[in-house]
Design a protein around this ligand. Structure first.
Ligand SMILES: Cc1cc2nc3c(=O)[nH]c(=O)nc-3n(C[C@H](O)[C@H](O)[C@H](O)COP(=O)(O)O)c2cc1C
Ligand code: SF4
Length: 458
């Protein structure tokens, strides 16, 4: 390919109108793609080393190539804008600032895999982002700037599972967000016995990187980041830091730099005790803050990059309580199709709650240990992996705190929200939390009873 460099802005630069977008090089990525064969487009994305930003870091070119190679004439692309990972606001941030880029990336993906139809799945309650997407879609379609693909918005429910790719397909088909068994590249949207309709599901941010890669070239993309995690990503930092926010930075910088220099360091003069990368990977402790922020280094440190959303807890935090907030979130969001996940997530959350209330026993601690090792058994989706990884890492790093809770009230009783964000105020740099998930220990009452667990909420 013969790229023209410098034609597109960073993902998070605000773009107000189609004219503004075109002035800054918008549309060049798709135009470049359409001048080449789809296989060449996939090859360029492979050379760039683009990896999925939806959580797993899967190579985008490999996903597209397997959808393209799958049988049948009908293929689809799904842009995943459901964003439900606790501690993450990057996709909504990008959509608010530059929906054109995401739609152009979706159109390039459709051309690459050979799809004539694409869907953008988004939560119904994300009204600002829907309005921006609708406006941009109308403008791009009218200007003929989406190539041969038709893009449709699909508004869905608030559940965490709506963002799981197999559940998202169910919602597109008019169903509930219940993950099916086969992956989308094998059984896609509207699949039937004689038509498997392979579908490429990609995260908003993944697709937003694609036009810049096509326009500026794989070499440009690789000039930042690391060898195995090239380019930049959009980090969300929340919790006990002075400047919570959404920041676009190259992969590979140490976690400590992100937290101290970019996010202002610990709030209230405390020390960082733990960093939780959403509800899908293990936590990092203070000793792990020099870990480089790339897929491999985070995994090697026993954690994971997830969707690059980090929740910071300082030393005023009870780690049993912090673990409980995530465990309870996962138990509530489990759809119950797989027995080990349905029962395991619930039992872990109940045992942790008893421990946190000072009413737990050694048996509860054993339950947490044992169930976090079996909760993923026979699972259709990766939701319970979060319970395994996060609870397991908390037990490993803060075992003494868990043991100290047996039969004793919590020494650090601070209300903690689950960082499920409903909004982010760009001006004040504040996240607004979904208050339904707040762990309000100040409201708890303790019922005296013979059984550990005879507790109720006020
Ligand atoms: C419970 C659960 C929730 C998820 N939610 C999202 C989400 O909101 N957005 C997203 O892009 N991916 C989400 N994923 C990951 C998707 O299943 C899928 O891997 C991703 O959209 C693929 O895009 P990528 O290859 O560009 O990363 C979720 C996965 C699980 C298990
Ligand atoms: S693993 Fe859990 S959340 Fe996923 S499909 Fe099974 S029961 Fe539902």
């Amino acid at each position: 390919m013969n790229p023209r460099t410098g034609c597109i802005l960073p993902l998070t630069e605000p773009v107000d109108s189609l004219g503004d977008y075109l002035d800054r090089g918008g549309g060049e990525g798709l135009a470049t793609a359409l001048r080449h064969e789809p296989e060449e487009v996939i090859a360029e994305v492979r050379t760039a080393g683009l990896r999925g930003r939806g959580g797993a870091g899967y190579p985008t070119a490999d996903k597209w190539a397997s959808v393209r190679a799958s049988g049948g004439p009908t293929r689809y692309v799904v842009c995943n804008a459901a964003e439900g990972e606790p501690g993450t606001f990057k996709d909504r941030f990008i959509l608010r600032r530059n929906p054109y880029l995401v739609l152009e990336g979706t159109a390039i993906a459709a051309y690459a895999v050979g799809a004539s139809r694409a869907f953008v799945v988004i939560k119904r309650r994300y009204e600002q982002e829907i309005a921006r997407l609708q406006g941009a879609l109308a403008e791009l379609t009218e200007a003929g700037l989406l190539g041969p693909v038709t893009v449709q918005l699909v508004l869905g429910p608030d559940e965490y599972l709506f963002g799981e790719e197999k559940a998202a397909l169910e919602v597109i088909e008019g169903g509930e967000p219940l993950p099916r068994i086969f992956p989308p590249y094998r059984l896609g949207v509207f699949a039937k016995r004689d038509a498997c309709n392979p579908t490429a599901v990609n995260n908003v941010e993944t697709l937003a990187h694609v036009p810049t890669i096509l326009c500026n070239g794989a070499g440009w993309f690789r000039s930042s980041g690391t060898d195995t995690s090239p380019g930049s990503t959009v980090f969300t930092v929340s919790g006990d830091v002075r400047s919570p926010g959404v920041y676009e930075l190259p992969f590979g910088l140490p976690m400590r730099v992100l937290l101290d220099l970019v996010a202002g360091g610990p709030a209230n003069g405390g020390r960082i005790k733990a960093v939780v990368p959403g509800a899908s990977a293990g936590l990092l402790t203070e000793g792990g803050l020099d870990t480089a922020l790339d897929f491999e280094s985070m995994r090697a440190a026993g954690s994971g990059l997830g969707s690059a959303g980090f929740v910071v807890y300082d030393d005023s935090t009870c780690m049993v309580a912090a673990t409980l907030t995530f465990a309870r979130f996962l138990a509530v969001e489990s759809c119950g199709q797989c027995p080990a996940c349905k029962h395991g997530t619930a039992e872990i959350a109940e045992a942790l709650e008893r421990l946190e209330r000072g009413l737990g026993s050694e048996k509860d601690l054993d339950t947490v240990r044992q169930k976090s090792g079996t909760v993923t058994s026979g699972s259709r989706c990766a939701l319970p992996l979060g319970a395994e990884a996060l609870v397991g890492s908390a037990l490993a790093a803060f075992g003494d705190e868990f043991t100290a809770h047996v039969g004793r009230p919590c020494p650090l009783p601070r209300d903690l929200p689950v960082p499920k964000f409903v909004d982010f105020d760009d001006v004040t740099g504040r996240f607004h939390y979904d208050e339904r998930y707040r762990l309000k220990r100040s409201d708890w009452t303790y019922a005296a009873g013979p059984e550990a667990g005879a507790v109720r909420s006020a």
